[in-house]
Design a protein around this ligand. Structure first.
Ligand code: MG
Length: 262
């Protein structure tokens, strides 16, 4: 981590490069050589967020990534990575155009829809469950704006944690209707099994990923607004997708979610 904070103009230039990479689908080198700290990385993410909002593309929620103790330990991280979701990233017709993305990957997730706002540095699982309206099955489609390189968490945070698209299923459940720590998922592509996962792999309970998000937001002077959608982390390893692929995930007690790539 860098000892000194990068100056605002340099962070703005990095945000410009990341935005151009996304818009032109031309990946760039990661930011390791920039020697950014966490405050810098989330500062770049904040500039990207402002750019979306200025362009009439409001933030509709958040994503949480690196959501297990083992993954955090492997990367030497103290907390998960968090990014924002934009309205333009919502897939409503079940089709994602690969021509709009660089190298899309997909992962099934459990998403929370918040009924009440949450804020502060000590958010607990009890508060998260009380503030949750619904649980819904989801896919996140990620698309790093970086050239292939060993994963760098600080670069990823600056790149809004590879956020690209999100799809939610039609089955919604109240958080009290099922044991959120015991939801199984089976993922298939073009009718063939890809992987299986379980909600307990998210910190033992996916609401803990929401609590972690609220704590990260608190440090950056933000809160989790009512109505937000929160993706709580991949339940299986993200995998590559290409035009022509149809991907489906079935969740125990939570229905299914499906998406096609064109
Ligand atoms: Mg994810």
């Amino acid at each position: 981590m860098s000892a000194t904070a990068a100056e605002p103009r340099r962070l703005a230039a990095i945000a410009d490069r990341l935005a151009a990479a996304r818009e032109t689908r031309t990946p760039i080198a990661n930011l390791v050589d920039e020697k950014l700290g966490w405050t810098d990385a989330y500062g770049v993410q904040e500039l990207l967020r402002e750019r979306h909002e200025r362009g009439g593309d409001p933030v509709c929620g958040y994503k949480v990534a690196i959501t297990s103790a083992a993954k955090l330990q492997a990367l030497g991280l103290a907390e998960p990575l968090c990014g924002f979701l934009c309205r333009s990233g919502a897939v409503h017709d079940g089709v994602v155009s690969t021509a709009e993305l660089i190298a899309p990957r997909i992962e099934p997730e459990i998403a929370f829809v918040m009924r009440a706002a949450l804020a502060g540095p000590h958010c607990s699982i009890v508060e998260v469950l009380a503030a949750t309206e619904f649980i819904v099955p989801a896919f996140e489609i990620i698309d790093t704006r970086y050239l292939k390189a060993p994963f760098d968490p600080i670069s990823s945070a600056a790149d809004n944690v590879s956020s690209a698209r999100h799809v939610v299923g039609s089955v919604v459940r109240r958080p009290t209707d099922l044991d959120l720590s015991m939801i199984a998922t089976v993922v298939s592509r073009n009718g063939e099994f890809v992987a299986a996962g379980a909600s307990g792999s998210i910190f033992g309970h996916p609401a803990l990923a929401v609590a972690a998000l609220v704590r990260v937001l608190a440090r950056h002077g933000r809160s989790l607004e009512a109505g937000s959608l929160v993706l709580t982390g991949g339940l299986v390893e993200a995998f590559n997708v290409a035009a022509g692929d149809a991907v489906q995930a079935r969740f125990s007690g939570l229905g299914e979610v499906a998406v096609r790539f064109a």
